[in-house]
Design a protein around this ligand. Structure first.
Ligand SMILES: Cc1cc2nc3c(=O)[nH]c(=O)nc-3n(C[C@H](O)[C@H](O)[C@H](O)COP(=O)(O)OP(=O)(O)OC[C@H]3O[C@@H](n4cnc5c(N)ncnc54)[C@H](O)[C@@H]3O)c2cc1C
Length: 393
């Protein structure tokens, strides 16, 4: 057994999850995050049953669960008329169908839970303020180089450095994220600020011409998360750019009254361009593997970006435990994750066309939603939600 540590670049959801997974297989791990702390920003995340299962397999569910919210139902509504097109109950029947619950949480809470779980594990060393700038496969080991001139040596490197990955080029060549013609806004407010007309204990999806809105409570009912997606383009500004005051309501004129009241409620919004990654020629090269957004960043319309990174971590850790051939273990991880994550990326892209339809296409969509009912909708999500930690595809 090679007891050199694993090196992980990036302390986001994927990097921390990979650290937990590898440490649970008995491997020492050194994780390097570029920021001076583990970033407590971002917005709401939907933790579908496959994500809950991955967190359990990583030993992190206990640390994450207390800050999650149990929503009562998912509502799909027409953004112009306000009509409820579909209503999905999230209680016992849902849990029995998928074998795990559905929760919503804030990215910061998920990250904090993963950090807590990692700090409890003596095999994991967490380093902040360390920006990885290069990686080298040296045959029997791999080396990570940092912006401060230092280096670290380990059995292998997991590059979990996000959609704008620096290390990706060493594995897959230069591949830039692709803008997908959509602008995303997020607003977060205390739960008390939510207009009383809004059913605050539900996950609600509003479908509007050229836009959609998703909202739900987070952080153990303290805050309320609103995400708005509208057709359009933006320059690349990162995750933290404030939107101009009044910008969001102006982008959705003529929407149903309840929805317009909600859009006026957050004190501030941030915005970012909706981007994802096209298929990479490869995710692994020798002793270096890409994981999470660095390998397969997706639009958030199936709410699976963070969950796919958690699943990656489970599979990568499992494959590395099978034997001493690390490059082969990394290739096995890639083989098992490629198809599923590509399908998530593809379906997320097509969701925006369906969600943002107008005129007769929207009328047809609404009729289909009404007639098909919740069981049909859940049936279409089974291939995502039924994933288990021993799945090989
Ligand atoms: C600040 C932030 C806010 C986000 N908000 C949302 C959101 O509101 N909605 C949504 O759907 N998704 C959001 N995401 C993306 C979502 O969290 C990811 O899809 C998902 O968590 C995948 O995780 P990841 O670990 O692959 O990438 P990320 O969560 O992006 O983590 C990558 C980590 O690597 C670090 N890093 C980057 N480059 C280097 C380097 N060279 N050396 C060392 N460390 C490096 C970054 O600082 C970051 O901590 C956000 C991501 C971030 C970083």
């Amino acid at each position: 057994m090679n007891d050199q540590p694993f090196l992980i670049a990036g302390g986001g959801i994927g990097g921390l999850a990979a650290a937990l997974g590898l440490a649970r297989q008995g491997r020492p791990v050194r994780l390097f995050e570029q920021a001076t702390g583990f970033e407590e920003i971002g917005a709401g995340l939907q933790m579908s049953p496959n994500g809950v299962r991955a967190l359990k397999a990583l030993g992190a569910w206990e640390a994450v669960e207390p800050s999650c919210v149990i929503p009562s139902e998912i509502h799909v509504r027409d953004g112009l008329s306000g009509a409820i097109l579909q209503r999905i109950r999230l209680g016992k029947t849902f849990e029995e169908r998928f074998g795990a619950p559905y929760r919503v949480c804030h990215r910061a809470d998920l990250l904090a839970g993963l950090v807590t779980a990692a700090k409890r594990n003596f095999a994991i060393e967490l380093n902040t303020g360390k920006r990885a700038t290069g990686v080298e496969d040296m045959g029997e080991a791999a080396r990570l180089g940092f912006a401060d001139g230092s280096t670290a040596r380990g059995a292998g490197v997991v590059a979990a450095d996000g959609i704008r990955s620096t290390l990706r080029a060493a594995v897959a060549g230069e591949v830039a994220p692709t803008k997908r013609g959509v602008i995303l806004y997020r607003g977060l407010m205390p739960l008390q600020r939510v207009p009383p007309e809004i059913e605050a204990d539900c996950v609600t999806l509003w479908l509007c011409p050229g836009a959609h809105v998703v909202h739900y409570p987070v952080s153990n009912w303290r805050n309320f998360n609103v995400v708005v997606a509208v057709d359009g383009t933006l320059p690349d500004e990162g995750w933290k750019t404030p939107a101009h005051s009044g910008e969001v309501p102006k982008r959705l004129p003529g929407v149903y009254r309840e929805l317009s009241l909600l859009l006026a409620a957050p004190a501030s919004w941030t915005r970012w361009p909706g981007t994802d990654l096209g298929a990479l020629p490869q995710w692994t090269r020798g002793r270096v593997a890409l994981l999470g957004d660095a390998a397969h960043a997706t639009l958030p319309f199936l709410a699976q970006g963070a969950v796919m990174a958690l699943e990656d971590a489970v599979v990568l850790a499992r494959e590395t435990a099978r034997g001493p051939d690390l490059p082969e273990a990394f290739r096995a991880y890639e083989r098992q994750r490629r198809e599923r994550t590509a399908k998530i990326q593809e379906q997320s892209r097509s969701m925006s066309r369906i969600y943002h339809a107008s005129g007769v296409v929207a009328a047809g969509r609404n009729l289909t939603l009404r007639l098909s009912g919740p069981s049909f909708a859940l049936g279409r999500l089974e291939w995502i939600y039924r994933w288990t930690p021993d799945a090989t595809g």
